[in-house]
Design a protein around this ligand. Sequence first.
Ligand code: PLP
Length: 445
Amino acid sequence: MNHERSRELYDRALSVMPGGVNSSVRATQPYPFFVESGDGAHVIDADGNRYIDYVMGYGPLLYGHDLPEPVQAAIQSHASDGPMYGAPTQVEVELAEFVARHVPSVDMIRFVNSGTEATVSAVRLARAYTGRDKIVVMQGGYHGAQESTLVEGDATDPSPSTPGIPDEFAKHTLPVPFNDAEAIRTLFEEHNEEIAAVLVEPILGNKGIVTPVDGYHDTLRELCDDYGSLLIFDEVITGFRVGGLQCAQGKFGVTPDLTTFGKIIGGGFPVGAIGGRADIIEHFTPAGNVFQSGTFSGHPVTMAAGLATLEYAAEHDVYDHINGLADQLRSGLTDILEDRAPEYTVVGTDSMFKTIFTRNGATERGEKCGAGCRQDPNCPNFESCPKTGADVANAETDRWERLFWQEMKDRGVFLTANQFESQFVSYAHTEEDIERTLEAYAEAL
Ligand code: PLP
């Protein structure tokens, strides 16, 4: 593949943008390809190379790159009416009503401009509502580029995970292992009335796609109820992807107090949102006194794109189609791994998937799985599959990032460059795409 133009563009970008990119994950080695356009489930780079795309903008693109006609029309009509006004519009009311109708936890919603902004505002709201400071997060969870959650270590010794965050901030954040009911029970016993909220991705989507073990979210719900803390589901990735229009909370049957959204809810445009119980959400200004505001919040083009995206999904077999294709992909990958790399694991659910370059304990014990349990509790090898963020920590990340990702790119398949970030099947993917992808995985492995 020729990458001359991408190389030139990257050279220029390095002079004017730190690392040559505007989001660190895009700085792939040795240099990123620059995208010229999208076409169905494919992207075409500046040198004319075509890739089957499973990055899908890191999650927002439910339909791939060719939007269904009504979505396209809604975007164009709102854009041509004038980009934005600084005054309310009908379309934001309609999107709010749609979300409140479908998502169990949402009575009211505040739209913002990114997933990060949503989790920042949700944390502020939870602290104000409860009058407490501490936030519990999961090790391996991700909630955007915000001070309260860029924290590592454990609850006894939390520390900032990046320079620029005061140690004092990190002290208010308590990381616990995901799926460990005992650990969080003990934490609540120790800190009880200090804990404002538990902030959790219902499925860890940035650390190898770790799904909850049976009953884990019910335990979180009970603990939050018992101790007067709020349960916040960060559905920035899972929202309107896992569990269809009811989101992951519908799939798992647990209703949080607050939910943060991003990605799909804006139909491919910058978005975030905080939804939840009316008596909590109404603490946001101007209904209440918890400051929350934004020039671009509820942007009419974004709202129109989000609404048309969700309405289209409500009226078509979108989720059946993409989940079916993803099942095909996961089961094909399971067969390939069984044959070529039994020490690796296929993870994912609904339209999320990834191959993780470890099988945790099983690898150490020299066991061969091959059952393809995909974290199914009924699988005989369930115990050896990744269940916490820490379980995937010994994955061969270098092999993924420096070798495998490149091999796949050279075969025309665009995956997320980080070993732990989820990949996504879209409505635009076809059976032929899946077959070609499986061939590429088999060869590259
Ligand atoms: N929460 C989760 C679960 C995410 O995966 C992300 C981003 O990928 C965010 C929050 C932050 O969203 P954004 O990048 O839109 O700020």
